[in-house]
Design a protein around this ligand. Sequence first.
Ligand SMILES: [Zn+2]
Length: 226
Amino acid sequence: MSDSQVPDDVTRKKDQVVATARRCFELRLQTNAGGNLSVRLDSRDAVVIKPSGVGFNECTRDNLQVVTLDGNILPTAADLRPSKDLDFHLDIYRRRDDINAIVHCHSPWATGYASAGLEVPCLTVQTVEKIGRIPLIPLSDNGGPQTAAMIGPCFDDPGIRAAVLANHGTIGTGETLMAAQYLAEIIEETAHVAFVRDTLVMAHGLDTRGLPRFGTVKDEMVAMAR
Ligand SMILES: [Zn+2]
């Protein structure tokens, strides 16, 4: 491949967004309306992000936006409105230099837990090892969607890689788009497992004491290793 054929960084990142969005859609993590995903450019000061009104299964090189971290939207050929999620994506990138990608999905199992006011419990080994904690962020005081000012501060803790928004969806972050995508998948899988566990525990009248609960498994493993 000659230099002229090597895609530039913006094109490569757009192709990653297109592939990841399609994967989310095919895995049913996200229907064709809602959700969002973005990835930071190598220049570090801008991201590629899906605009409003473009479905996960409709992303192309031509309908993605490039936005600087201070919110300046670079002109595109198509007339695209910025996503409602743009502010919280940019806020997380500004707060965390180690985060280069964000996948936000309205995946049903995890969103169901959060909408019941329950944290998705970190009960699988993979969740404990890969995520550690999944904070639950409630709706705003007036019942509206979570704002960037509510979401961003959760990520000031460098140990936080993911969160779930009540009545809304999940947020997975990572060094790469694939890493962020994996977290979105793990959160959803864990919520599904938790639902099966909780249903069986209730159906069989089991004692929940002794079952792994949020925030305890890792501590116990650390204690056992001492
Ligand atoms: Zn959303």
